[in-house]
Structures are given as C-alpha cells and as structure tokens.
Write a protein that binds this ligand. Structure first.
Ligand SMILES: Nc1ncnc2c1ncn2[C@@H]1O[C@H](COP(=O)(O)OP(=O)(O)OP(=O)(O)O)[C@@H](O)[C@H]1O
Length: 566
C-alpha cells in the first residue's frame, strides 16, 4: 500500500525534494544552535571582546533568518506538495465515481461518498506532506542530538537515553489509542453526513409529515455520538500531552541536577551545560513529531485505504478491450432470451425475446413491478443482462463502446433530474456545446417557448436545486427538449405516472409524438390511452412477455390487454 501511496508523488518530485531538502537543512540548523550557544558562553564571553560578541550575535541572527526562510519553504511548498497530491487523488476519485455502475449506486450512501471525496482526502493530503518528511527528520534529529549530547558529556547523554524507552512507549501506547479514537470519529462523521444528506435532501417530506421533531431527535443522537467520540479523542490527547510534557521536564530537571554536579566538579563547562540542556529539548522534539505522525498517519492511512477501496470497485459496465465505436445506428433492436436479476435468486426478467424494427414505436404495459423499466434500462447498458443478449443493428451492446452507444439513445424518464443551474444549462445538457439557437429550437419543439417567454429571465432562469422551481410538467418538457437536442435514433420514454392536467398532458404528448418521429421508440405507458397509436404493444407480466400486438390485435384477442383496456 505504501508503494501505491508513494506513486502519487511521482509528478511532484521537484517539489518533494525542495521541501525535503529545506526541512533537512532546517533540522541540521536546529542541531547546530545549542553548539553555537555553548561556543558563545565558553569561548567568546571570557575574551571580553565586545565587537566580536556583537559580530557573533549578528551571525547567529543571520542563521536564524536563514532558518526562517527554510521554514517558509517547508510550510508553503510542503503543503503545496500535499494539496497537489490531494487534488490529483480527488480528481481520480471523482472520475471513478462518475463511471461506477447503477447497481453500485443502488446501494451507495451519498453522504459517505461526499465524506470520502472531501474529508478523507484532506487527511491524506496532510499525511502526504508531513509523513515522509517528519519521519526522516525525526530520526535524523534523534540520532544527531544524541551524538552531540554524547560528545558534550557521555554520562549525561546515557541518563537521557535511559528515559527514551519510557517516552517512546508513551508515544506508542497513546498513538494507538489516538488511532482508535480517530477511527470512531470518522465513522461518526460518515453517519452524520448520511443523516444530513437525507434529512436536508428530504426536508420537504420531513415538513409535509410534520416530522421535524423526529428528525431533530435522530440528528441529536448522531450529534451526541459525534461529540462523545471527539471527547474521547481529546481525553487521550490531553493525557498524552501532559505525560509527554512531564516526561520532558523530568529529564531536564535530572540533567540540571546531575549536570550541576559535573559543572561544580569541573567536568563540564557552563556553556556545555547550557548547550546540553538545549540539546535535550532538541532531542525530544522528534518524539513530538513522532506523536504527530502517529496521530495524523492513521487518519491518512485509513482514508487512503478507503480511497483505494473506492478506486478498486469495479465499474462493472465498461468498454470491452475490443469494443468498437458504434456506427450511426438505425435502431433495429433485438432482445434474445434476456434474463435479469438485481440480486441473485430474485428473477426480474425471465427470457424476454423481442424484435423491434427501426423506426417502430413499441409500447410496454403491464402491472407495476412487471419489469418494464428494468428491461429498458438494459438497452443503454445501465445494467448487464444475467442471461441472453441484446443487439442493435446486429451489433451486440457489449461489443460497442459505451459512450458511442449511449450517445445514440435518448431517455425521458418519469422523474426528471435537473441540475441547480439555469434553464439554458439544463436543456443544453442534452448536447454540450449546443448553440443558443439550437437550445431555443429544442425548447420550442418541447413546447417550452411560452413558458420561457413568460419568465422574467427567460432561459437564464435558475431552476433551483433539482429543478424545484419548475412544475412536474415543465420538468418533463425540459427532459424532452434535452432529447430533441441530443437527436438520437433510439428513444426510451418512461411516461410520467404523476397526474398532469389534461391540457399539459396533451402538450407533452404532442411533444413526445413529435420527438418519436423517425426514431425507434420504446415507451413505458402507465395510461393505456396514450399508446393506441403505438405500432405494437408489449404486455409484460412477472418478467415475461405475455402478449404482443397492435391495439386492435390485442383487443380482438380478449386477453390481459383487453381486460386492462376495458
Ligand atoms: N435498483 C433496483 N434494485 C433492486 N430491485 C429493483 C431495483 N429496481 C427495481 N427493482 C425491482 O425490480 C422489479 C421490477 O421493477 P421495474 O421498475 O422494472 O417494474 P415496472 O414494470 O417498470 O414497474 P412500474 O410500472 O411500477 O414502474 C420490482 O420488483 C422492483 O422491486
């Protein structure tokens, strides 16, 4: 996993080495400062040369300034490295998410996905920046400071070293606790996001049922769990910080007492004594870094693992390696013994055989749950049949590039999804890059002109989140306008079940009739009245085709359709 993690550094190696080099230099300077102070006290002060003293102080200041410059580079460009990696990962995650199958989304929780693309990746970015740098510098400082301490006074250095295992144990034990508490917090954040997404996305339902108090109650429970998880983490953090602080001070006090003895006995100079005390601080600083790494690293790694899992999810429906670009399709569609199940063992479609000729309009009717929507969702390959195959113009769907197939199928579904932008953007979504004229023409053919003319901002009217500012009939017409703009040879229409007033219904029907001219049209009909003109009607029942024929044929046969139509 580490190898995969580091592969993200590759495009930014220049930045990495800049950051890393400056951090190492700054670490070395930190090690040198105590020695400079020792030299200052032991060698410079006794000389009583004021000019030299001022010059040395100026030199020290210059070194501090250099270090400040190095730290600026580390903080800005180091974080730039982190955010670059984060951005790259986020782009990949989003790209992958846009390609995952409907089957996957049927089970996904949007709130959790949002957390993955935002919070998780933020944590990863932090680790990407701090992880390798902190680990290296911690080791370098640890070893360097110890060597210097040993050089100044071996006995004192050994005393300091003796306490290291206890301090390390502290860091490791508390690091482990920290990891667990962060994992809990993350899980709570995920719950939170799901709750927010559903409660706010469904706020109209909440209010319609007067269930605000109920939602508040559920939210309060999540809120309290999140608070508790955070409190647990802060408890660990407080204990860990206090113990570390105490440990460091303990070492310093011991060094002070023992060191004072050495100074009195003449084994240690005053400058060496002060320098040593400063080195103790430098020596233990890596422990803080290690603690910080231990605290952020698990969060980043947990996030990275979830990120890897997400990228590893199989998009299921993809282009076969030898898939070809679909030619301009005419729309001869054949379903050959098509079977399908959303879940294993629960058959939804059971051996559907159907041939649709190019240009034909075929209507699908039958009881709710018969599998009409499912059957037509197989045509743009939103789901893959579990048995049999579907061909268009003799080409199996699976042999065509997905995009080239979907480009040639227009969909108008029952619940139209609009994006939160303007009418122009929403209609234009049918064919990105369409001109204003083309958009207006499509709107006109979908009988939207009058509505647009009545709006103060016309096509620039903002439709609200998911198009809430439009009526059901208007949304339907926007979907039809999109299909006009797309101009595909094949159409799949799922008639709105919501009751529209007869005038609107007539207008929509006219628009749909106009849309289907010259295209192979498969239409799911919920009202039999609208499909009399269909060339053929397919009656579905329990995942099979029960009857098939024109309205007149089926009426004459006196079967299911005749009973439904009666
Ligand atoms: N995404 C899904 N995951 C699992 N089961 C599903 C899914 N979508 C639909 N189903 C099930 O598949 C069966 C067929 O549903 P489908 O929507 O195809 O029927 P339909 O004939 O179009 O019904 P309606 O006229 O009510 O729209 C139903 O039993 C439904 O519960």
């Amino acid at each position: 996993m580490l190898r995969q993690f580091f592969s993200y550094y590759r495009p930014f190696m220049g930045l990495f080495w800049l950051d890393f080099g400056c951090a190492v230099l700054s670490g070395l300077l930190e090690l040198a400062f105590p020695l400079a102070i020792t030299a200052f006290i032991d060698h410079l002060l006794p000389q009583g040369n004021w000019t030299l003293t001022v010059a040395a102080a100026a030199g020290l200041l210059a070194l501090y300034a250099v270090n400040a410059g190095l730290l600026t580079v580390v903080i800005y460009w180091g974080h730039k490295l982190g955010i670059n990696i984060e951005t790259e990962m986020r782009a990949r995650a989003f790209d992958h998410l846009t390609r995952l199958s409907w089957r996957w989304y049927d089970r996904a929780r949007t709130g959790k996905l949002v957390a993955r693309v935002t919070r998780d990746l933020e944590e990863i970015g932090e680790v990407a920046h701090h992880g390798p740098e902190d680990a290296f510098i911690a080791i370098m400082t640890f070893v360097g400071a110890f060597a210097l301490m040993f050089w100044v006074n071996p006995q004192l250095a050994v005393i300091v070293a003796l306490i290291v295992p206890a301090m390390l144990a502290l860091v490791i034990v508390y690091g482990g606790r920290m990891t667990r508490t962060w994992r809990a917090i993350y899980s709570r954040v995920g719950d939170f996001n799901v709750r927010l997404e559903e409660a706010l996305g469904g706020v109209r339902v909440v209010q319609a049922f007067g269930n605000e108090a109920h939602e508040n109650h559920l939210f309060a429970a999540d809120n309290a769990r999140y608070r508790q998880a955070k409190l647990d983490a802060y408890k660990v953090m407080a204990a860990s910080n206090a113990l570390q602080y105490l440990g460091l001070r303990l070492v310093q006090v011991i060094v002070m007492v023992v060191g004072a003895g050495f100074v009195l006995s003449g084994e240690l100079t005053t400058g060496g004594f002060v320098g040593f005390l400063l080195l103790v601080g430098v020596f233990y600083r890596p422990l803080e870094k290690i603690a910080a790494v231990i605290e952020t690293y698990p969060r980043g790694i947990a996030g990275f693992r979830r990120y890897q899992e997400l990228l590893a999810t199989d998009p299921e429906i993809t282009d076969a390696p030898d898939a070809v670009e679909a030619p301009a399709l005419r729309g001869d569609i054949v379903f050959e013994n098509v079977g399908f199940a959303y879940e294993e063992g629960r058959t939804i479609l059971d051996g559907v055989d159907l041939t649709v000729k190019a240009g034909e309009t075929v209507a699908f009717v039958g009881p709710s749950g018969a599998g009409k929507t499912t059957l037509l969702a197989l045509l743009p390959r939103f789901y893959e049949p579990t048995r049999g195959r579907i061909t268009v113009d003799g080409l199996a769907l699976a042999d065509m590039r997905l995009n080239s197939l979907r480009r040639q199928i227009g969909l108008v579904s029952q619940d139209v999804f609009l994006f939160g932008g303007t009418l122009r953007e929403n209609i234009g979504y049918g064919r990105l890059g369409a001109t204003d004229d083309e958009i207006r023409q499509a709107a006109a053919r979908a009988q939207l002109t009058q509505m647009i003319d009545n709006l103060p901002d016309g096509l620039d009217t903002v439709v609200g989140e998911r198009g809430v500012m439009l009526s059901g009939g208007q949304k339907q017409r926007v979907a039809i306008a999109r299909a006009f703009l797309k101009n595909p040879p094949i159409l799949v229409l799922d008639e709105a079940t919501s009751a529209l007033d007869s005038q609107t219904e007539r207008e929509i029907q006219q628009a749909l009739d106009a849309l289907s001219v010259g295209r192979t049209t498969l239409v799911i009909a919920h009202r039999l009245g609208t499909i009399r003109n269909a060339d053929r009607i397919v009656v579905m029942q329990a995942g099979r085709i029960a009857e098939i024929g024109s309205h007149a044929d089926l009426m004459a046969r006196g079967g299911i359709y005749a009973r439904l139509a009666a």
